[in-house]
Each structure stands twice: as C-alpha cells, then as structure tokens.
Design a protein around this ligand. Structure first.
Ligand SMILES: Cc1ncc(COP(=O)(O)O)c(C=O)c1O
Length: 384
C-alpha cells in the first residue's frame, strides 16, 4: 500500500504491506528461502537469490522508507552492518567529521577498522553545528552525527548541519536510533542518509538485531544496495518480519516511553542523591530549543550521575534495581539500566570519553513502558 498521504500512525501499520498475493494472508509471510525458481535464465518474478532480494525484506524496506518520509530503504543484519555499508562509500584519503558523543561501536568501527583503510575521522563537538566548518578541507566527504547522542543526550541541529553539508557538497548521515521516526525525521531537515539500529525502538521488544538506511537519492540507494549485495550484510527474513511487526506499535510504545521518560527525568532531578541529569526535554538543556524544533517529544533515554560523581554508589545502584535490568541495548518495552563507561562505550579510550563528559560514574536508563509508579519506586529504592 503506497500511503504517503496517510498520517504516521496509519503508515506505521499499513505502509508497504499488502495481503499476500497467493493466500490473502494479512500478515506478510516469512519467505524463508535462499533462491527462487526461474522459468528460463533471467525470466523470474523479480527475485533471483536471497542475498539480493527477499519479499519479506522488500515489504519492511517499503515500510521503513514510508515512516521516515524517504523514497528508499535498505535493511541490514545489524545497525553496525548499516554503518559499515555507509563507510564503504568512502575512499582512502577521504575525511569524515563525526559527533564526539556517539555509540561506542560506531567510534570503534571508524577508529579500529576504517582508519586502517586510510580514512580519517575527526570527532568534534557538534552541539554548535558551526564547529563543523573548522574541520572541512578538500578531502572531507561526510558529516556523521547522532541526535540525541548516546549516552549524553546532546542535541545536534540537523537543519544547520544539512546547510553546511549542501554548501560544501558533503553527505550528511544522521543516526536516528534514539529518536526513532516517531520523534524525528532527519530527511525532512535535509539529511542525506538516516541510519537506524532497528534493534532498538523500531523492533521494540529486545528480540532482534537489525539495521536500516533510508534515503531519497536514487544514485545513493543504488551504490549502497550494490555495497550490501557485494559484501553480504543482509538480514534474515524472520528478523525482517520481527521488525515489521515491531513498527506497527511504534507510535503507542513511543508515546508511553516519552511520558515515562519525562516522569523519571523529573523524579531524578528532584532527588537529593542525584547529581546531573541528562534529558533533552528539560527547558534548560543547552539545545532544548533545537530539540523542540526537530523532535515531536523528548523520548525515554536518560543519563545521570549521583551526587559528587560517586562511582561506588553508582556501581551499587546498578546491582540494586529490580525492574530496570542491567543490560546493554535500549528501546525495548522493558526498562534497562546500563553503565556506558564499561558497557556500550567501553571501546572508547577513557581519556577521550571523560574529555567529552562521559564520566565513569554515568548511568544510562532506557525507560520502558511499564507502570510509571513501579518504575519510580524501583529507582527510589535502589538510590536509597
Ligand atoms: C545509536 C546507535 N547506533 C548504532 C548502534 C549499532 O546497532 P546494532 O547494535 O544493531 O548493530 C547502536 C547500538 O547500540 C546504537 O545505540
């Protein structure tokens, strides 16, 4: 169903999905096949080999493109596989300007893998997009950002980055994992490529690892599709189906993530044992106005420290919560608590982390959609 005229809540459920032509099944089947029979060489129904195309994946990709207001989407075996494909657009000698607060795995693939192929990455503070200009030279090809950032919830002005990217003929990539398409659509602000770890809010149930890229430019889609088919980072059909099922409830889940996130952020701020609270919905967040401009709400990701950056107390708290489970990842229906310095961001050297504000005692919450009274009671009990 091509339903760009429908509102997001309708598109999340229907976009890209048609009843199965052979049976009328309302749910897209899991096409668990590696190949497709041809009547004669080259005479086929649009599907030849499952690394290249799979009908379950096609439906998901059409849905992803629609919900991000894009023309094309490619889905991948993981968020990192999607990152890998985008980085393979680059050539030795090229330079990339990257936000300095971002997922540790993205930092790792850039510094430990792609820098070995002669690509240079500048990690910079993008809370003021104008900072980017100082790092642009004739080798610069790409700007890479996340917003809100992981784990410090900084906000980067996508429109301002896009203006610089267009002016200097650079590609702007926005990792939209933390916001999800429910809160923010970066292509609408001029981004060239949106990246998702669909493992998170899009899947929504902590039961699948998946990645996605969404774009408007046909040439870019062709290059990325070629890279994906050549390198092979494709998702299995069952995983595509899980993500397709997950996105049907994205809007109702996100609504509750946002409500619960706000209540927890306010609770933490009012707790005398808590130090700094990082959440982009606070009116005194440094880029709250930008968040209001480009996001529809502020999400359920929050980071905080305890008073005096008390590391021992933070470690203790991580062991004490009962509803907030200590685990990597985010964006599922269940609440998670994590310690970025040793978990999601352990691959960033300490000196680099601390310089950017990611201190050892920082705790990150992915606020789920459980009853808010229970979540607050859990944190209150653990903070003591
Ligand atoms: C913001 C962000 N981008 C990308 C990734 C990588 O995605 P995946 O774990 O699906 O490979 C993650 C994973 O935590 C993430 O948080």
């Amino acid at each position: 169903m091509d339903n760009k005229q429908h509102k997001l809540a309708t598109r999340l459920i229907h976009a890209g999905v048609e009843p199965d032509p052979s049976t009328g099944a309302i749910m897209t089947p899991i096409y668990q096949t590696s190949t497709y029979v041809q009547a004669a060489p080259g005479d086929h129904k649009g599907y030849e080999y499952a690394r290249t195309q799979n009908p379950t994946r096609t439906v998901l990709q059409n849905a992803l493109a629609s919900i991000e207001n894009g023309k094309y989407a490619l889905s991948f075996g993981s968020g990192m596989a999607a990152t890998d494909a985008v980085a393979k657009l680059l050539m030795p000698g090229d330079e990339v300007i990257v936000a300095n607060d971002l997922y540790g795995g993205t930092y790792r693939i850039f510094t430990k893998v792609f820098s070995n192929y002669g690509i240079k990455f500048h990690f910079i503070d993008m809370s003021n997009a104008e900072n980017i200009r100082g790092y642009i030279n004739d080798k610069t090809k790409m700007i890479w950002t996340e917003t809100p950032t992981n784990p410090l919830l900084n906000i980067v002005d996508i429109e301002a980055c896009a203006k610089i990217a267009k002016e200097k003929n650079l590609l702007l990539v926005v990792d939209n994992t933390f916001a999800s398409p429910y809160l923010q659509n970066p292509l609408d602000f001029g981004a060239d490529i949106i990246l998702h770890s669909a493992t998170k809010y899009l899947g929504g149930h902590s039961d699948v690892v998946h990645g996605a890229l969404i774009m408007n430019d046909a040439g870019l889609e062709e290059r990325l599709r070629f890279i994906q088919n050549s390198c092979g980072a494709v998702p299995g059909p069952h995983d595509c189906w899980l993500v397709l099922r997950g996105i049907k409830t994205l809007h109702v889940r996100m609504q509750r993530h946002c409500e619960n996130g706000k209540a927890i952020a306010e609770f933490l701020r009012s707790n005398p044992k808590v130090g700094k609270v990082y959440w982009c919905g606070f009116p005194d967040h440094p880029n709250h106005d930008v968040a209001k401009k480009q996001m529809r709400d502020f999400g359920g990701m929050i980071s905080f420290t305890l008073k005096d950056d008390n590391l021992d107390a933070a470690m203790d708290l991580l062991k004490k919560t009962k509803l907030f489970s200590l685990a990597e990842s985010l964006g599922g229906v269940e609440s998670l608590i994590g310690h970025p310095a040793s978990m999601t961001h352990g691959s960033i050297p300490r000196e680099e982390r601390v310089k950017n504000g990611l201190v050892d005692s920082l705790i990150r919450l992915s606020v789920g959609i459980e009853d808010i009274d229970d979540l607050i009671a859990d944190l209150k009990e653990a903070i003591g």
